[in-house]
Design a binder for this molecule. Structure first.
Ligand SMILES: Nc1ncnc2c1ncn2[C@@H]1O[C@H](COP(=O)(O)OP(=O)(O)OP(=O)(O)O)[C@@H](O)[C@H]1O
Length: 253
């Protein structure tokens, strides 16, 4: 469980980016962070694992204040997949094995290797394991970074636009897998995502950031035409198609 209480952040004192942000991510659930470009979604994610230090407020993971965590404590409890990934000159297997680093004292154990193999298999990356990461496509790199985060066995998984480079089938496959693993392993997933249809399909909670603050927060019911108009300044219909809410931009045009 992650609990964020009254978090404030600004890159400089004159201009706040986030004010009074509070929410909780229950184990086994996915929380979507939504909002217009520049609203502060990536900044919020980075405040959770202290890549950025919040100016005020607290973040608790599994009941403990993360401001008291060492870098290694953070790596054991929170895994993060950034919006932009640098493709490294290492094999896919070694790139994913790096996710086990917080647990390795002298050298990787048989169990570390086993976990890497299992996650590569679940993400359909087994045949890529000896390829160099810097020779992969953008979508393949994104899956490798997700695999690295999953072998970290985190309590909280922070994903910043994890499907932005993936094709249609991979977007659904990867989010289906993330949701399945989150439920099985009781991980709280916090995900920045622009695709509202994907968010509605795979997330349990929805948090809209607007003008530094939380505009709306709750289950699917908060994703309304009114909220979407406020956030994106355009007409958007929310309709039920075969029991799934679907977003239709500019429905009358
Ligand atoms: N390193 C930085 N220094 C100063 N300002 C920054 C920095 N990074 C981001 N900002 C500013 O902070 C605000 C929030 O940026 P952030 O990247 O968190 O937005 P976002 O909601 O993730 O946007 P997007 O949807 O475009 O990815 C923006 O106004 C941005 O220009």
């Amino acid at each position: 469980m992650i609990f964020v209480d009254r978090l404030d952040f600004g890159y400089n004192k004159r201009q706040p980016v986030l004010e009074d942000i509070s929410f909780r991510g229950e184990p086994g659930t996915c929380t979507a962070i939504l909002g217009n470009n520049g609203a502060g979604k990536s900044t919020l994610i980075k405040c959770l694992n202290r890549i950025l230090e919040p100016q005020d407020g607290t973040v608790h993971v599994a009941g403990k204040d993360v401001s008291s965590f060492s870098r290694n404590d953070i790596a054991r409890s929170m895994a993060y997949v950034a919006q932009k990934n640098t493709a490294e000159r290492v094999t896919v297997f070694d790139a994913v094995l790096l996710g086990r680093k917080p647990y390795i004292t002298i050298e990787p154990s048989k169990n570390d290797h086993k976990m890497v193999k299992e996650v590569l298999d679940r993400l359909g990356l087994t045949s890529y394991q000896l390829r160099y990461v810097d020779e992969l496509s953008g979508g393949e790199v994104q899956k490798v970074m997700l695999a690295r985060a999953l072998v970290q066995e985190p309590d909280v998984l922070l994903l910043d636009e994890p499907t932005s480079s993936l094709d249609l089938s991979n977007q659904y496959e990867v989010l289906e897998l993330v949701r399945k693993i989150a439920r099985e392993e009781k991980i709280s997933v916090i995900i920045v995502i622009h695709d509202l249809n994907l968010a509605l399909r795979y997330c349990d909670r929805f948090l809209f950031v607007k003008n530094q603050k939380i505009l709306a927060y709750g289950d699917r019911k908060v994703v309304t035409s009114e909220i979407l108009k406020t956030v994106y300044r355009m007409d958007v219909a929310v309709e039920q198609v075969r029991g799934v809410p679907v977003i239709i931009p500019n429905p009358l045009s």
